[in-house]
Every structure is written in structure tokens, then in C-alpha cells.
Design a protein around this ligand. Structure first.
Ligand code: GDP
Length: 332
């Protein structure tokens, strides 16, 4: 049985991990009654949130994200921080078993009393996963985590969404040299606040240094405006644990510079209003797809759009008209 909202809020404020885990399960639930409880809980706790350093970590599969987050997270724990790791993976079909998966991916963090790892909620769209991750982030902050790491496991679209959740966005790249650079989408490079070349150890140490130089050059070309910030490029080895402290110091410094200059407040205000509109659109979309009038009309219109006998524009207008016709008659 789920405890009451008051009990969960009190548990989270007092640092009870079980309450935190249960509250995250509540925000991940798609049941209407759970959603209402989750909303009440978030309203209660939102004033306690906002204090963490929010770090986004992205990079292609195999680049070394798990190994980096383990080393980076443990470094922050050693410095006295309370660290949460949340994953955004819209492609994930993971179930409860993934918790074990994450424990093996990051064994040190998973067993630390100062770290909390939560795998990506499964079975939802990117928008759904991102909203739940944002809410989990609020809960972790209210709990007292002062660093929240948001890992993007997917590639592509998810990066922009994660950039909307965090203060500092870190792009991990492999020591692959220029060839790899071609493969990184320009959009992702533009989102990055810090670029980190991984696996700078052993035989790969020299390659990693060259790769870092290539990225510095590429980033300068990308942001030619005088006075504009260019993302710092660092190299590290998560296995040898070298360069990790420098990455952490860079992330912390950027965040405190932005807090001092007002850029952080501006960023977070923009993110919060963007989220409001994302939610409005998602709710309207859900209501529309649930509407009886729309559902009655949709199969025929879909078939006609598919066989080319009706234009998508006309079909869309008719579906929206059907939705309006139904909702106008409905009580508020
Ligand atoms: P992810 O898919 O991005 O999470 O990547 P992983 O963290 O699972 O790492 C992928 C592979 O790279 C694994 O075989 C790791 O052992 C290896 N790896 C990760 N970090 C390092 C590093 O710092 N040095 C070396 N030499 N290998 C690494």
C-alpha cells in the first residue's frame, strides 16, 4: 500500500531512501489516482527543491558513460556530496531487473549510502520519460541530493530534452580522432557545455590528447563570435581515475559562474516555462486521443489519408473540430 502524501513528504524531507524510492514509483505510475497523489506530493515538495547541481551526461553507446558516472559520482561522494543518478532512455524496455543492471554498471555508487541510482522508467514516450525524470529530480533535491546526474542512454532527440533538465551538459566522446568527430551531430556539439574525451589511458592516451585538440578546434569554429563562451574540452580516464577531478571542478566552476552572473536563474526560468508548455501540449494531446468523437472518426480518416483520398490537413482539421465539438459541451 502506498503511504499518504504527508507521510511520503515527511519521509523524503527526513532523508528516508525508501520514501524517496516509493515517491519516484508514484510519479512514474500512469494511473489517474496515483497521478493525483504525485501532483500533490510534488506541490508539497517543490519549495524544498532547486538546490542541486544538475549535470547532464550524454555520449554514444560504448563511449564509457557508465564507467565515467561511476568514477565521477564516487569522486563527488568523496568530496562530501550526496549524489543521485537518473537515466533517460526512451527506447528502454527495462523492467525491475534493470535495477540490478544499474548496480552492475555502477557497483561503487550502487553500494554507497551517499548515492542513489534510479534507472529510466520504461514503456513511455520521450516526453513521458523526461517528465517523470524531471519530477524524480525534484524529489531527489527535496530529499537532499546536492548533485543530480541525468544520463541519456538514447541517441538523438533525447539530448535536447535532457539539456532542458540540467544546468551543465557534458558530452562524452571516444578517443577516436577526427573520424569520430564527423559522426557527432552539430546540434549535440552546440548543446555541450563541456566536452570530455574518455579512455585517456594506456595506448589510447596519445590519441585522446589529439582528439581533445580536434574538438577544441571544431568548437572554436562552431562559436566564432568574439566573447562567446567556448565549451572547455578535457580528457580523462575513468578506469585510471585520472582527469576526473578536473572534470568535476570544471562543471562546478561553470555552474557557480553562471549562478553569479544570473545566467543560471535565466536558464532555469526558461526551462520551467518550456516544461509548462510541454505539459500543456502533452495533456491536450492525451485528452484529444481519449475523446470519443475523435476515436470514432479516426480509423476512417486514417485510412483515407493512407490511401491518398483525403489530405492530412483536412483530416487533422476534422479531428480537432470533433474534439472541440465534444469538449464545448463538457463541464469544466
Ligand atoms: P557506455 O555504453 O557509454 O555506458 O560505456 P561503458 O561505461 O559501458 O564502457 C564501454 C567500454 O569501454 C567498457 O568495456 C569499458 O570497460 C570501457 N571503458 C570505459 N571507460 C574506460 C576508460 O577510462 N579507459 C579504458 N581503457 N576503457 C574504458
Amino acid at each position: 500500500m502506498t503511504p499518504s502524501v504527508d507521510a511520503l513528504a515527511a519521509g523524503i524531507r527526513s532523508g528516508d531512501r525508501r520514501s524517496l524510492a516509493r515517491a519516484i514509483t508514484l510519479v512514474e505510475s500512469t494511473r489517474d489516482d496515483d497521478q493525483a497523489l504525485a501532483a500533490a506530493l510534488l506541490d508539497d515538495l517543490v519549495a524544498d527543491a532547486g538546490g542541486a547541481l544538475r549535470v547532464g551526461i550524454t555520449g554514444s553507446p560504448g563511449v564509457g558513460k557508465s564507467t565515467f558516472i561511476e568514477a565521477f559520482g564516487l569522486h563527488l561522494v568523496d568530496e562530501g556530496h550526496e549524489v543521485a543518478v537518473l537515466a533517460v532512455d526512451p527506447s528502454s524496455q527495462r523492467t525491475g531487473g534493470s535495477i540490478l543492471g544499474d548496480k552492475t554498471r555502477m557497483p561503487g555508487l550502487a553500494s554507497s549510502p551517499h548515492a542513489f541510482i534510479r534507472p529510466s522508467p520504461s514503456g513511455a514516450s520521450l516526453g513521458g520519460v523526461a517528465r517523470r525524470t524531471r519530477e524524480a529530480l525534484t524529489l531527489c533535491e527535496a530529499f537532499g541530493h546536492d548533485v543530480v546526474i541525468v544520463e541519456t542512454v538514447g541517441a538523438g532527440q533525447a539530448e535536447g530534452t535532457v539539456a532542458d533538465l540540467v544546468d551543465v551538459f557534458v558530452l562524452l566522446v571516444g578517443p577516436g580522432g577526427g573520424d569520430d568527430l564527423q559522426g557527432i551531430k552539430r546540434g549535440i556539439m552546440e548543446l555541450a557545455d563541456v566536452v570530455v574525451v574518455t579512455k585517456a589511458d594506456g595506448d589510447l592516451a596519445g590519441t585522446a590528447r589529439h582528439t581533445a585538440a580536434d574538438y577544441r578546434h571544431a568548437l572554436e569554429l562552431l562559436r566564432p563570435k568574439a566573447g562567446a563562451d567556448t565549451a572547455p574540452v578535457l580528457a580523462c580516464s575513468s578506469v585510471a581515475r585520472s582527469g576526473i577531478a578536473e572534470v568535476a571542478a570544471t562543471v562546478v566552476r561553470l555552474r557557480s559562474d553562471w549562478a553569479a552572473s544570473g545566467r543560471l536563474a535565466e536558464l532555469r526560468a526558461g526551462q520551467a516555462t518550456a516544461w509548462m508548455w510541454h505539459d500543456v501540449e502533452a495533456r491536450l494531446g492525451d485528452a484529444l486521443r481519449r475523446s470519443g468523437g475523435v476515436r470514432a472518426l479516426a480509423p476512417e480518416l486514417e485510412a483515407r489519408v493512407a490511401d491518398g483520398s483525403l489530405s492530412p490537413t483536412t483530416a487533422a482539421r476534422r479531428l480537432v473540430d470533433a474534439f472541440w465539438a465534444e469538449t464545448r459541451g463538457a463541464p469544466d
